[in-house]
Design a protein around this ligand. Sequence first.
Ligand code: SAM
Length: 285
Amino acid sequence: MSEDGLPPLRDVIAHHQLRADKRFGQNFILDLNLTRRIARTAGDIANCDVIEIGPGPGGLTRGLLMEGARKVIAIEADRRFLPALEEIAAHYPGRVEIIQGDALKIDPASLTDAPYRIVSNLPYNVATPLIIDWLQSAWQDGCWQPKFLSLTLMFQKEVAQRLVAKHKQRAYGRLGVLAGWLTYADLVFEVDRQAFVPPPKVTSAIVQVTPRAQPLAEANPKTFEKLTAAAFGQRRKMLRASLKQICLDPHDLLARAGIDETARAEEISVEAFCTLARLLDEAVS
Ligand code: SAM
């Protein structure tokens, strides 16, 4: 038995014949010391619910429970894992809820009325759409009202670097602008590929994302989205060219924002993107 009184994960996988399926982005962590470390990174999980995306055989689920999670609500797409997850739920009565479904189609905020944190070793193929969706759906009637307390997420290291990148850094792009505008995002630690079964091709990293009480600067989210899509859609182009598709007179817009018209998107700070978004809205109102 493992220290939580459940069988070791290797035995669980063998017993339920849970071979990893690439279609679901399955790379499992079997080391409970590592999953407990991820759980501790999430902060206080004893006084809120934890929503876990993709529990698989339950390594991170068990880490969260061992670290005192009050309740774990786990969303798993692959039905084969349900019997193994039910065994964990039976071992921790009242503390585990299992939902079989596609996390891309489930709004985490609809799963609980309690404050919650999302903690996940994310399936790589859906990681970026999921975090963008969680951030965008935290806007309610034009107000930034995130219901989550934090997101503790495993990404491919390259995606993690994009998420935390600041302007003038190589990895800076739409993801970093969006995250920098609405959250504090930190790359907390890297995880070697050998920590997974089977090992993925690339190194991974844990990112801790905490929502800002207010966005870094004022801007309409739709305009912000349109602007950053245009600016980074042609990231090697100067802004005076890339913004032509959304603005009749990019020269005037950039001049009013005090931005050099030969600048490229990667040189523009989050605050400056917000200024541009506000000026764009003024121009059409
Ligand atoms: N949490 C486990 C661990 O750390 O060992 C498994 C992580 S594995 C990288 C990703 C998990 O997400 C798999 O169990 C996979 O079946 C599940 N998954 C993939 N796509 C999903 C989706 N759209 N919704 C919910 N779960 C999904």
